[in-house]
Design a protein around this ligand. Structure first.
Ligand SMILES: C=C(O[C@H]1C=CC=C(C(=O)O)[C@@H]1O)C(=O)O
Length: 445
């Protein structure tokens, strides 16, 4: 575990932002406040933006969640928090992204920003955070926001490729060619038929290269505009818009949105939700994929819950690119030894679900390492935020990319494989799941 600088002596001040104060920043939506390196967690015009970095945790391996939790606990133990607003997301806050695998060399991080702007249920707020001994004030917070909004400089420059610059980008295979990936799917189906496991989620990567520097802000803004129903995330180089929530903790209530089972909308441009319900709901293969994912989440969540519920039949989630079978799970959290679990403790208990790994989990994890021939990095790992009260929202980092350099993005997508899977159809499904990022990068019309 590394933490810099040591365990910071955090001071935070949250102030309510009224409509007039927001107007001063000439923004009509939170997405307009995005700047080059901003942390982003936005959905339907609400969420959190973070500016600057004042302290961070970075770790790898099987203890990455527990180490991050311990670091955050130490930060909070010394923190001086002034928070008259007191709703989830106010006060002390960190954004985070965790590697999918305990074997990944990709760092899992929690990052404390210098400034947070939050929007929730019609309330807006500004939190300034310091670790250098200075006491934040309302005036210094507003000055910091003005400075953050006035600057657009960063490693990923503010000028350069627009999403419309489709011709400037090219796409190449990552670890596996399409043919090789289909062979991996065939091997996955074989392993399932042989009885070693019931489901495995196999993913692949593609690399997008651009002559002009990428514009992180326009990528995120485009995702919020096109995929408003999804949670648009940005944590350092990781960007995307996920439709799946691993866990959201709001006081004593926890919620998850479990997805598995997919139909490409491009194949059925005239199709309706009813059509998707008939096709997805009527498919044993899709229902089986979905049931594994719901069961894996509810089994892991049950020890922390007094009251856990989800509908008997999944609903159809309609996104611009695909329809999914979806189940919203809710639970009332139970205290263990008198303590409610934090959102991060639940992330550790729940990750990875069968929506991104498989059933049984250990066998699927081993097969993923063997067949994908890549390090998933943060793809399919938890991404989101947590606050000092244990609240937080953690999505599964799907439909995203890692901006690896100013000119290169690596995109990831996967598909749930069961015994009835057809490699060609699963390959097509990955293209449907790449589409949000391809659109955001200007590589798809
Ligand atoms: C693994 C991915 O999607 C998961 C989430 C929803 C539906 C899925 C499916 O139908 O296979 C996957 O389980 C991905 O987007 O890369």
């Amino acid at each position: 575990m590394t933490a810099s600088p040591g365990t910071p002596a955090l001071r935070t001040l949250t102030t309510a932002l009224d409509a007039a104060a927001l107007g001063e920043y000439s923004a009509t939506s939170p997405a307009e406040l995005l700047r080059t390196d901003a942390f982003c967690w936005l959905r339907r015009g609400e969420g959190l933006l973070g500016f600057g970095e004042i302290a961070s945790f970075s770790g790898t391996g099987p203890e990455r969640f527990a180490d991050a939790e311990e670091w955050w606990k130490q930060v909070l133990a010394q923190a001086q928090v002034q928070d008259p607003v007191r709703i989830p997301g106010t006060g002390a806050l960190a954004f985070g992204s965790f590697a999918f695998s305990k074997t990944s060399s990709h760092p899992s991080v929690l990052v404390i920003p210098a400034l947070v702007v939050g929007f929730r249920d019609g309330t807006a707020w500004l939190t300034q955070l310091t670790v250098d001994g200075t006491a934040p004030t309302s005036a210094s917070a507003h000055a910091l926001l003005c400075a953050a909004l006035a600057s657009g400089e960063s490693a990923f420059q503010a000028t350069g490729t627009t999403p419309e610059g489709a011709s400037a980008g090219s796409l190449t295979s990552g670890a596996l060619s399409e043919e090789e990936w289909k062979e991996s799917v065939t091997a996955g189906v074989r392993a399932i038929a042989e009885g070693g496991l019931d489901k495995v989620v196999l993913a692949r990567d593609v690399v997008a290269t651009f002559a002009e520097p990428l514009r992180r802000v326009s990528i995120l803004q485009r995702l919020t505009a096109l995929y408003g129903e999804c949670w648009t995330y940005g944590v350092r180089g990781l960007v995307g818009a996920t439709p799946e929530i691993l866990i959201k903790v709001d006081g004593t209530t926890a919620q998850a949105r479990v997805l598995a089972g997919t139909l490409d909308r491009e194949d059925e441009p005239a199709g309706s939700v009813d059509f998707a319900a008939t096709v997805l709901g009527g498919s044993d293969k899709q229902r089986q994929e979905h049931d594994f994912a719901v069961r894996s989440l509810t089994r892991q969540l049950a020890p922390f819950a007094t009251d856990l519920s989800f509908p008997a039949v999944p609903f159809i989630l309609e996104l611009p690119n695909v329809w999914h079978l979806a189940s919203d799970v809710t639970a009332e959290l139970a205290g263990i030894d008198g303590h409610l679990p934090t959102s991060l403790a639940l992330v550790e208990a729940l990750h990875p679900t069968a929506a991104v790994c498989g059933t049984p989990r250990d066998n699927a994890g081993k097969l993923i390492l063997e067949l994908e021939k890549m390090d998933r990095g943060p793809y399919a790992g938890p991404v989101g935020w947590l606050d000092g009260a244990g609240n937080g929202e953690w999505g599964i980092a799907l439909r995203g990319a890692v901006l690896e350099s100013p000119h290169q993005a690596r995109l990831y997508a996967g598909a749930g494989i069961v015994e009835a899977s057809d490699p060609e159809a699963e390959l097509a499904e990955t293209w449907a799941k790449f589409r949000p990022m391809l659109q955001a990068l200007g590589l798809h019309g």
